[in-house]
Design a protein around this ligand. Structure first.
Ligand code: NG6
Ligand code: CA
Length: 517
């Protein structure tokens, strides 16, 4: 071997050495990180409450920016016109009327999702995701008779969430404390919490008996224990150091959501950011008070919009926007007076929370379930508007497709193409639910079967869809549901009833009584 040959051989062997000594992953093409999934969920925000859907009297620049940079759905639905069932459908991908317990729950209700059930976060965990919830839960906790002074289980952590920072039910229900991974935050063991939804604890003031202790006046219900000078649903004793501050709740959950993102930015994550606004009691932080000119309801919508802007800024700063699917929606339609005198009616002015839709929260008319719905993913979803009919219940199977999981649930349709704006085709039909009654939506049509009971809940001033007659509306021509075509278009009605009963069966279920005034 001459010198040149020897050098060549040496170089070659060094090169081969380099290659084989390198760790395998460095030689492989870099694997793209799975996209993060964020669901931003408001509570009782109406279709017409956001600028992007036509609101002119209230400004929601951050939500509008999300809509204008993403896909705004004109036919996006919650499964239901109240909170618990909608959240149940969102997380389990199952129609909530299949579960009798999926109805507005007291703060002491047991968990209504079984630990054996599939859920959106559980599905994502099979694909290596870290999963978190920050905000409102309202799906029950424990198995009955919860001891709030011990770790509360089962709860979100047992049905798919690695991390949970929640309020148990709603802002107007006790216990008024935050719960982190099953433990009440800031609890003093010498001042244990007791909760009862039937009976008061001796000597405790109530909204009913002690109006002098109130800053917010109750209208319907909401007259039991007083916390932060606001009367609530249910009785609570103890837990003084753990009680939340209502005016700081929005900032508190925002920080929780931001911290979660910062902590988990290096792994694929799913965050369910379940905001409390604009549900009652509406308690804007002082910096938003009076800013909308519409009273507390308008002010908390401005506050929610600001929180969403700040939250998205965090995703941007952390460099995550290009790899994060953001879904924005609301659990049910709007309501003005929902049990407190808070000027929501008096100061509404020309604003129309339900847009052109009829009804509102609790209603089988469109405004109950037809809600703001936006998907956004920088660089991946082309800005636009989609008329595809989509439901929050469809997110489970659709996101499963996105992350390469073959998990699908019975009622959750894989509409990934519609959510990403690749197709305008959504679902063909949907059974919607309101206080345990159901109705049917198919193509351009909506059909409401006959139900006994008042046409309107007087206390909230909302038409809820009850009628002795069948109702049939062509939403394409009559989005406001003013012309009942049930008698003039018998053929369509028959077709709609058949489609409805094929999914729903003939049973109607027991209607949940909500306090009527
Ligand atoms: C109703 C409450 C209402 C609200 C609702 C649940 C009364 C009179 N009304 O029963 O204020 O709490 O339940 O709202 O108590 S939801 O958005 O969580 O479904
Ligand atoms: Ca709600």
């Amino acid at each position: 071997m001459n010198r040149i040959q020897w050098i060549l051989l040496l170089t070659l062997s060094i090169c081969i050495g380099c290659k084989t000594n390198k760790p395998a992953q460095e030689n492989a093409p870099t694997q793209a990180k799975q996209p993060n999934i964020v669901v931003i969920y408001t509570d009782d925000l109406g279709y017409g409450d956001i600028g992007a859907n036509g609101a002119t009297e209230i400004k929601t620049p951050n939500i509008d920016k999300l809509a204008n940079g993403g896909l705004r759905f004109t036919n996006g639905y919650a499964s239901s016109a109240t909170c618990t069932p909608s959240r149940y459908a969102l997380l389990t991908g199952e129609y909530p009327w299949k579960n009798k317990r999926a109805r507005i729950l007291p703060g002491t209700a047991p968990l209504i999702i079984t630990t054996a059930q599939m859920t959106l976060p559980k599905m994502l965990k099979t694909k290596g995701y870290h999963t978190g919830i920050v905000g409102k839960w309202h799906l029950g906790l424990g198995t009955g008779n919860v001891d709030w002074n011990k770790t509360i289980t089962p709860g979100p952590n047992e049905v798919g969430f690695d991390y949970s920072y929640i309020m148990a039910a709603t802002q107007d229900r006790v216990p008024t404390v935050y719960i982190k991974n099953g433990d009440v935050v800031g609890l003093d063991p010498n001042d244990p919490i007791e909760i009862n939804y039937k009976k008061n604890f001796e000597g405790q003031p109530t909204g009913k008996k002690n109006p002098e202790l109130l800053d917010m006046k109750w209208h319907t219900g909401h007259n039991s224990s007083i916390i932060n000078r606001i009367p609530r649903i249910g009785f609570m004793k103890g837990g003084e150091t753990a009680k939340w501050s209502d005016v700081d709740m929005a900032d508190h959950f925002l920080k929780g959501a931001q911290d979660y993102v910062k902590k988990h930015k290096d792994e694929p994550f799913f965050l369910y950011y379940a905001m409390q606004q604009p549900h009652v009691p509406r308690t804007p932080h002082p910096r938003f008070v009076g800013k909308s000119g519409m009273g507390p309801r308008g002010d908390v919508i401005l506050e929610a919009d600001w929180c969403i802007g700040e939250f998205i800024k965090t995703l941007e700063k952390e460099g995550l926007l290009e790899n994060t699917l953001i879904v924005f929606s609301s659990d049910n339609g709007p309501v003005l007076n929902d049990g407190y005198y808070d000027d929501a009616v008096e100061k509404l002015g020309k604003h129309t929370p339900s847009g052109k839709l009829r009804g509102g929260k609790y209603s089988l008319f469109e405004a109950g379930t037809h809600v703001p719905f936006i998907t956004s993913w920088k660089g991946k979803i082309q800005p636009g508007v989609s008329d595809a009919m989509v439901c929050q219940m469809d997110l489970l199977s659709s996101i499963a497709n996105l992350v390469g999981s073959d998990i699908r649930t019975n009622d959750s349709e894989d509409l990934l193409g519609a959510f990403l704006g690749e197709t305008k085709k959504g679902r063909d039909e949907l059974v919607i639910e309101a206080t345990s009654r159901t109705a049917f939506r198919k193509g351009d049509w909506a059909m409401i079967p006959p139900y006994k009971g008042p046409a309107k809940i007087k206390s909230v001033n909302i038409e809820i869809g009850n009628s002795k007659e069948y109702q049939l509306y062509n939403l394409k021509e009559d989005i406001g549901q003013q012309n009942n075509l049930a008698t003039s278009n018998k053929e369509k009605l028959t077709e709609m009833i058949a489609g409805f009963e094929a999914i729903r069966g003939k049973k109607k279920g027991k209607i949940q009584k909500i306090e009527l005034k």
